[in-house]
Design a binder for this molecule. Sequence first.
Ligand SMILES: [Zn+2]
Length: 384
Amino acid sequence: MKKILLLILITSSIYAQKFEFTRDDTLRGTITPERAWWDLTYYHLKVKVNPDDRSIEGSTTIQYKVERPYQILQVDLQPPLEIKQITQDGQTLTYRKDGHNVYFVNLTKPQVAGKTESVIVEYSGKPRVAKRAPWDGGFSWAKDAEGNHFIATSCQGLGASAWWPCKDHMYDEVDSMLISVTVPKDLMDVSNGRLRKITANADNTRTFDWFVSNPINNYGVNLNIGKYAHFSEKFKGEKGILDMEFYALESNLDKAKEQFKQAPMMMKAFEHWFGPYPFYEDSYKLVETPYLGMEHQSSVTYGNGYKNGYLGRDLSSTGWGLKWDFIIIHESGHEWYANNITYKDVADMWVHESFTNYSENLYTEYYYGKEAGAAYVIGRVRLM
Ligand SMILES: [Zn+2]
């Protein structure tokens, strides 16, 4: 493990020498005075997705507690998306743009310490298209084999403000969140948490309300839209019965029923090593996406082609890496390290990735023994 850490340190010091920070980086990466005075408590994200012209429109209600009085509030939203209006208690507010991605909102109502307030930020536009999801993320607009829309978001690193207005810094998380997603009526949306309600609208769309009852980091929030088949199982876990829900494209249902048997195996192993799955209230979901996968909280996304290994390859070259599906095991490991324990600053990304890499050899050890786990991790280090 030391070798890995040393590599990370060397790599990051090289980056530090070459990289010059811009005003946008500073506004994004620091706890500015316009962020520091308020504590996020709740988001209601409403978003309507129009697949035919790849546009979205919606709003975020940002609820917060005033920690100390201040009259300017920072909201992040990346172009080409545009803010249409910002209101507090029904009153339209003025704002000033700083850099490319930040809006400083002038609050007129006196902000009193201890009070809970909210602003509603309305926005619309054609969001950034993912170039190489999930690493270079945004919206992935794909089609399934039958020609149906198959759409997903990913924004780790890039930031959630690539597709919805928010406080785009990892130090602060809401306590709970409602995600209301409107899609053409023949499609469904799977987001985070529990599906509360489906509403049929007059304009041939449906709205899916997903409620997350745990704190959630902003890049964990996601949309997955497609013609999904669903199956589930009740897992007898360390904290009681855990609902495990599976969403696969209809044409992949048989493959998913076979491959996703590894999800309860993962749960058993990781509860053994790390303690109860952190989000029983929100269920565990595994959701097929048009890209490789991501650790979205309580809706881990999956695009590994229903093959073991990493797209069918063994990252350790020992054979052990082909015993299990890398995306199911690795991305689910992040439920403990990234989603439950979350860094406050991106400089501490190693907390997310190194513990989750370690979870891969613990999984191997749980099912195949200590020597197998050791061989796997040695194989992984050699290839780094
Ligand atoms: Zn990872």
